[in-house]
Write a protein that binds this ligand. Sequence first.
Ligand code: TYD
Length: 132
Amino acid sequence: MSLIKYINLQELGDDRGGLVAIEELTHIPFSLKRVYYIFGTKAGVERGFHAHKELIQMAVCVKGSCTMMLDNGDEKADVKLDSSSKGILIEPMVWHEMRDFSSDCVLLVLASDVYDEADYVRDYNEFLLMRE
Ligand code: TYD
């Protein structure tokens, strides 16, 4: 299973400007229960530092850029998110960290379920043990 799974979103924009549409089960491989967005991130801030037990997410930088580090316990990879038409799939039990947010970055995240703190794994050693 590959660690990095990009989701290439179709640009529907025209000479009036940009437009991207995302439909559950068509453009993302899950049913959508929640949307959140991260913006106004202060310089030097790093976020994430967790994995989810069951949640599936897709993140796309709709403005600006940031770097997401993905880690499945065996391999790690940095992904630069800098396009409003290039999403990244964050599968269950993938540790992820976000950094290098541009000051104008708006990171949109689509999630397969509502917020549930019990689904988080926030301890890296516990994450590694759970992967075994
Ligand atoms: P957190 O998951 O810690 O953010 P990060 O992406 O940096 O790991 O979330 C920060 C706070 O916001 C925390 O108190 C939980 C809350 N929160 C919600 O209530 N609903 C949500 O959908 C999310 C993502 C976070």
